[in-house]
Design a binder for this molecule. Structure first.
Ligand code: SAJ
Length: 445
């Protein structure tokens, strides 16, 4: 540990990346002080509890607190290293909001001494490490290249697999100087199994934005393939399987859009930095943002009565998570509101969903109640539980229309039971004349 020159570490921001990182560092023997602006987070940790729900994270956090190597507070203290893991959202106008990075470094800077290592992990526009972190340290009398070691090392965790991903993924470590990068590399390799690859701060910032933009563009391409298939009455799912047999082709999965805290946000940092060169990124964003509305358009074409009541299945942005940040379900709720529909949103895990412009989420964990009497069900999240929903469960709907934004449901058995199914990436399927007739037909579309 001494060759890294780090025994004490302050982690600024105890969210889904900062807290598990702090706990893993504590487990590796460092004295870690976690700092957060939230009373709720600091109070929970001070009482030995973990404010995050992911079981593996909760376990290592509780162990780290019990060992005494991890403590939490609202105020930064001097330390050998500082790691900043705070959110970097986009504003309504899609420009980067670096307020929390600025607040974190300005709170930490008075506690930074000569020789400290400062690492930014938050996904950030190119130049942030130098222009925000370095500049603030400069204002506090420290030369960011001579007096301290300043680095950018983007987090790369996949929610739901956080601990494994922190430990196993390779890291990109970009320094304002080579010495800074080498020191941060040694720190990460002291508690992670992955290799830390050194580069400049700007290349490291760009690599993170490139990774998530790559995914956004590829999902947009899959969604375009889905739209073509819908228009030409082909099933895209089968065609993707065929195309992916080619050794250099990997078509992604079409769906109701792209959610999460990173992929719908990060391309905007590149678009803002280089607007004329980023046309493909902008188009991809607009394709992915338009998927939810397209599902509703197709439901209406299939007979969804105007201004009726629908059940939205899934609030989370990805299956089997309790995370609804930037979820495509919010895009759908916005369009449902605009067009005068009523709805309830079922989710087995999400208990709270932040929506904008006063649009209510009407969230419930009772699937039967959500489906009771509605004109249609719209599947938005690939929760495993939705695979098992039977046609009997859907029978409590008043209408017989099911939109499958994830290709999750047992399409054929539902069609046989008399339901019309609108699958993403395939033409609308209507039941055969011999299908089981609905027990109640009052409001059926
Ligand atoms: N999705 C599709 N089709 C696909 C894959 C995903 O529609 O083929 C949708 C998902 O349902 C979800 C969204 O895209 O709504 C994003 O999900 P995701 O599984 O791609 O990833 P995230 O946002 O949970 O995590 C990503 C990961 N980045 C990459 O895979 C390049 C993760 O490794 C990053 O650490 C994380 O963003 C982050 O924090 O940046």
């Amino acid at each position: 540990m001494t060759e890294i020159g780090v025994k004490t570490i302050t982690v600024m921001g105890l969210g889904y990346v900062g807290l598990p990182t702090a706990a893993l560092l504590a487990r590796a023997g460092y004295q870690v002080r976690g700092v957060d602006v939230s009373d709720r987070v600091v109070d929970a940790l001070s009482s030995g509890d973990c404010p995050l729900g992911e079981p593996e994270v909760a376990e290592i956090v509780k162990q780290a607190l019990a060992s005494g190597n991890l403590t939490a507070s609202k105020a930064p203290m001097p330390a050998d290293a500082f790691i900043i893991c705070v959110p970097t959202p986009v504003r309504v106008d899609k420009t980067a909001d670096l307020t929390m990075v600025r607040a974190a470094i300005s709170a930490a800077a008075p506690a930074v001494n000569k020789g400290s290592l400062i690492i930014l992990e938050s996904t950030s526009p190119i130049g942030t490490t130098r222009d925000v972190i370095g500049a603030e340290l400069g204002r506090n009398g420290l030369d960011p290249e001579q007096d301290v070691d300043v680095c950018y090392c983007p987090e790369r965790v996949f929610p739901g697999e956080t601990v494994r991903e922190i430990l196993r993924n390779d890291r990109v470590v970009g320094g304002l100087t080579k010495t800074a990068a080498e020191r941060a590399k040694a720190l990460y390799e002291s508690f992670c199994e992955g290799t830390a690859v050194t580069t400049t701060a700007e290349a490291a910032e760009y690599s993170k934005l490139m990774e998530n933009s790559f995914r956004d563009v590829n999902i947009a391409l899959a969604n375009i393939f889905a739209r073509i298939a819908e228009d030409l009455s082909v099933d895209v799912q089968e065609v993707i399987t065929l195309a992916n047999r080619h050794p250099r082709v990997n078509v992604h999965k079409p769906g109701p859009g792209v959610g999460g805290h990173c992929i719908p946000v990060d391309p905007w940092f590149l678009i803002e930095g280089a607007p004329s060169a980023s046309e493909l990124l902008r188009i991809s964003r607009s394709i992915n943002e338009g998927q939810a509305e397209r599902l509703l358009d197709r439901a209406e074409e299939a007979g969804l009565p105007p201004k009726s009541r629908v059940a939205v299945l899934g609030a989370a942005y990805r299956g089997d998570l309790d995370d609804a940040r930037e979820s495509p379900t919010e895009d759908l709720l916005n369009v449902l509101q605009e067009r005068g529909y009523e709805w309830s949103v079922h989710d087995p895990f999400v208990r709270y969903m932040k929506t904008h412009n006063g649009v209510p989420s009407n969230l419930t964990d009772d699937l039967d109640a959500a489906l009771e009497g509605v004109a249609a069900a719209i599947v938005m999240t690939d929760h495993s539980a939705y695979r098992a929903v039977s046609s009997e469960t859907f029978e409590r709907m008043a209408g017989r229309l099911i939109v499958d934004g994830r290709r999750m449901i047992h399409e054929q058995s539902l069609i046989n039971a008399g339901f019309t199914v609108v699958p993403v990436g395939a033409p609308t399927a209507v039941p055969p004349a011999t299908a089981t007739m609905p027990p109640k037909s009052a409001d059926a579309p």
